[in-house]
Write a protein that binds this ligand. Structure first.
Ligand SMILES: C[S@@+](CC[C@H](N)C(=O)[O-])C[C@H]1O[C@@H](n2cnc3c(N)ncnc32)[C@H](O)[C@@H]1O
Length: 305
């Protein structure tokens, strides 16, 4: 991806998040959030288990996670692409005694941006949550390498992504797109269809009818800014992302799933209480293999060799 293309993607992402600085935390972590912040519990556990002393949150937003990770004997740092997020993160963390220069503006695409203005680097943990969806496939390996290089040997990366394979469970527009883009060799079928061209088209049309392709609606912005689905917002195949970490010099690369759905979202409205309760119960085991299909997001937890 050229510098100009990256700049254009980053500009639209900044614009998308510019109105979220002060409301993001309440929307996704607050008491009125549609679902409890189970990912925060998971990250807090992962960080506590690793006895982290110097933590960087790359793409920290309004310090939504960092504000919960402040602990005695632990230095915390964060940077974000969106200026409004940086302002809010500084404000919130200042109340907890974190110096303003521990939070700065930067992009995960720029290796130098992982170094704090104070000159600090060599973290023993780099957290990166909610950012990978906004990274183009062509620069993804560079981002993983930047995270690796910011870590001390033996340090841990905790990187979140949205689960592409969840589309095998949603039975909606995403499932249909996944069939067409990732599973069915449509071009090959068309090329070799011969006298079965009509049959081939009928088969594809029938596959389409098996999914609710009218849902979900496209998420739009609040004001004039583009919405989450209108900027680059990718999903990742957990198995392929795991391989990328292994190929980039990480060991002990593990997958932790969250945001389990005990029913496909398209039918969950029939029994909303039950849906919520049983889904929450499933969160208790983030290593449950069913997360590969039934969880909408996951963390890659990996150790720098
Ligand atoms: C979904 S929010 C997540 C915020 C926080 N990490 C969390 O998990 O609650 C995504 C954040 O990533 C930031 N972001 C997107 N692309 C980025 C990039 N290339 N470098 C750094 N931050 C980025 C956005 O500005 C936004 O604050």
């Amino acid at each position: 991806m050229s510098a100009a293309d990256r700049d254009s993607v980053e500009r639209s992402i900044k614009h998308c998040y510019s109105t979220w600085g002060t409301s993001y935390y309440a929307d996704y972590y607050g008491a009125d959030a549609p679902y409890p912040p189970v990912h925060l519990d998971l990250v807090s556990r992962l960080v506590a288990e690793r006895d982290v002393k110097r933590l960087l949150d790359a793409g920290c937003g309004p310090a939504s996670m960092l504000r919960h990770l402040v602990a005695p004997g632990r230095d915390i740092y964060g940077f974000d692409l969106t200026p409004e997020m940086v302002v809010e993160a500084r404000r919130v963390l200042a109340e907890q005694g974190v110096p303003a220069d521990h939070v700065w503006e930067g992009s995960v695409a720029v290796r130098a941006d992982f170094v704090a203005p104070t000159g600090n680097a060599d973290y023993d943990c780099v957290l990166c949550s909610g950012v990978m969806p906004h990274i183009a496939e062509t620069t993804e390996t560079d981002i993983i390498a930047n995270i690796r290089d910011a870590l001390q040997p033996g340090g841990h990366a905790i990187v979140e992504a949205r689960n592409e394979l969840f589309s095998m469970f949603t039975l909606n527009r995403y499932s249909h797109e996944f069939f067409l883009k990732q599973l069915l060799p449509v071009d090959e079928l068309r090329r070799q269809a011969g006298d079965e061209g009509d049959g081939m088209n009928a088969a594809l049309a029938q596959v389409e009818r098996m999914f609710r392709t009218d849902v979900p609606p496209i998420r739009q912005g609040k004001d004039d800014e583009p919405g989450y689905d209108e900027v680059l917002s990718r999903t990742h195949n957990p198995l392929l992302l795991q391989q990328k970490f292994l190929a980039t010099g990480f060991t002990n690369v593990q997958l932790y799933y969250y945001h389990f759905h005990c029913l496909p979202p398209v039918v969950s409205g029939h029994a909303p209480r039950l849906f919520r309760e049983i889904s929450l119960q499933m969160e208790a085991n983030p290593k449950d293999w069913r997360g590969l299909f039934m969880a909408s997001a996951f963390f890659v937890v990996a150790q720098r060799a």
